[in-house]
Design a protein around this ligand. Structure first.
Ligand SMILES: CC(C)(COP(=O)(O)OP(=O)(O)OC[C@H]1O[C@@H](n2cnc3c(N)ncnc32)[C@H](O)[C@@H]1OP(=O)(O)O)[C@@H](O)C(=O)NCCC(=O)NCCS
Length: 436
């Protein structure tokens, strides 16, 4: 394995990172500098030796699972759930961070977390009736005003240096997302109430809930730590991560690439599903009144399907069994008696008993099992964050971990501009008839 470390580069990096340095810990960037050369070599060698080789299918069980991550990754001080920083570190470097490395990264993000005034003004000027996801996408795109990558590109940096400036932008964006998302929340739902200052000793999600005005709500904070960590990534093939990759492949800066990803996430077949699940469940609760029996839920499922709608929270483009993240959220609920008493959580559990059967009988979906969104919003609702139109914004804060990690690696490996092949239907017909 190649192992390279440039003290010169490190000296310049240190100007960007935390002023508080935990003894004998490496920063995220230093760790990445060690990991990237080996991966670059690996890609070169793979392309040279095996570019024509067909590989087998990758199954979900072959990939490190959510339960293993929950055991391995550090939690916040005083908390039990893994935190976004430890997940980010793992996604970027492939290594499990130590507690000290996680805390150091938390501090680095907290120090970068304040929004520039021009973005505050921009967001404050938007009508509260504009959907929170639209506002988030606008805010993220505008943050590119400060893009290090864009500046460096204009000054004529080498291709091999792209990733370092991309990383700077990605970390700044991840750091600023809580302040941006919380400002949108306060503007729309709290008449623009003043937010507390970012606490430099708190993790990213701890600060996010505090900025939204839920700092004292420890249950919500712990839940969001888990939710944001496990929602961060699930293979780059999902629509939002792919959008970030596609736009990023044009060498657009990370802010523009992630803003585009957010608009993909805003679709009801993707991220908006968690808003839709809750809307659907509340409508079912209203219609069934106190009569929540399995048979009544079945009837409601059929009514949804017969009216031509999808059952939100069920099905998946890739998975063919219950989403492990859905199971992780169920386990979170199972350890908390207050959640088990909640009407919406009970409805999630009962729906899980009958929906796979109904969807199988319906016969269309390839995967009749629940995805993570079947449960995610109900817990937020129970813990008092009831404005479900906002839920996809939380997903947007989370998905940045995966999509932006992918962008750093795309630049480190020098991946090419993505060019989708496009043919007309006539050409396709022609190709088929010629047996091409
Ligand atoms: C996630 C989703 C978009 C995947 O779509 P997909 O890859 O096309 O899934 P499939 O191949 O299983 O779809 C085959 C058919 O089953 C239907 N189907 C899939 N999931 C369904 C569901 N939950 N309810 C009803 N019908 C469903 C599709 O609409 C499609 O119908 P069509 O042939 O008339 O177009 C789809 O399952 C869905 O719409 N789920 C509900 C929304 C949701 O929960 N999204 C969050 C995903 S994490």
């Amino acid at each position: 394995m190649l192992f390279r470390r440039s003290t010169l580069r490190l000296a310049s990096l240190c100007t960007h990172v935390s002023t508080q340095r935990f003894a004998s810990t490496k920063t995220l960037k230093e760790t990445l500098q060690e990991v990237i050369p080996a991966k670059q070599e690996q890609l070169k060698s793979l392309k040279a030796k095996h570019s024509q080789k067909v590989i087998g299918d990758v199954k979900v069980e072959n990939i490190i699972g959510v339960p293993a991550l929950k055991r391995l990754l550090p939690a916040a001080p005083g908390g039990k759930e893994i935190i976004a920083e430890s997940m980010l570190w793992l996604l970027l470097t492939g290594k499990v961070p130590t507690e000290a490395e996680t805390r150091q990264l938390s501090r680095e993000l907290a120090e970068k977390g304040d929004l520039p005034t021009y973005v505050e003004k921009l967001i404050d000027g938007l009508s509260p009736s504009i959907h929170p996801m639209t506002q988030l996408g606008i805010g993220v795109a505008a943050l590119n005003h400060d893009s290090e990558f864009q500046k460096a590109y204009e000054s004529g940096i080498k291709k091999t240096e792209y990733w370092t400036h991309t990383l700077e932008d990605c970390l700044t964006l991840i750091a600023r997302l809580p302040a941006l998302a919380a400002r949108i929340y306060r503007n729309i739902y709290r008449q623009g109430a003043e937010a507390p200052a970012i606490d430099k000793d708190l993790d990213l999600v701890g600060n996010y809930t505090a900025l939204m005005g839920y700092g004292a709500n420890k249950d919500l904070t712990e839940y969001l730590r888990l939710y944001i960590s496990i929602h961060g990534d699930h293979e780059g093939g999902n629509a939002s991560a792919h959008t970030a990759h596609l736009v990023g492949s044009t060498l657009a800066d990370p802010y523009l690439a992630y803003s585009a990803a957010l608009f993909a996430l805003a679709g009801p077949l993707h991220g908006l599903a968690n808003q839709e699940v809750l809307r659907w469940q509340l409508a079912m609760l209203k219609e069934l009144g106190g009569n929540i029996t399995l048979d009544n839920i079945k009837d409601y499922l059929w009514k949804t399907l017969k009216s031509g709608q999808v059952v939100p929270g069920y099905g998946h483009g890739v998975l063919r069994k219950s989403d492990p993240r859905f199971i992780a959220l169920q386990e979170f609920c199972d350890t908390r008696p207050d959640l088990l008493k909640s009407a919406t959580i009970q409805l999630v559990k009962k729906t899980y008993q009958v929906a796979p059967g109904v969807l199988t009988e319906h016969g269309k979906t390839k995967n009749p099992w629940p995805n993570v969104d079947a449960a995610s919003g109900c817990v937020l609702y129970h813990y008092g964050l009831t404005e479900f139109k906002y839920y996809t914004v939380i997903f947007g804060v989370s998905r940045a971990l995966g999509a932006l990690t992918q962008l750093v690696w795309a630049r480190a490996l020098g991946l090419p501009l993505e060019r989708p092949k496009s043919v007309s239907m006539d050409t396709l017909q022609d190709m088929i008839s010629k047996g091409a």
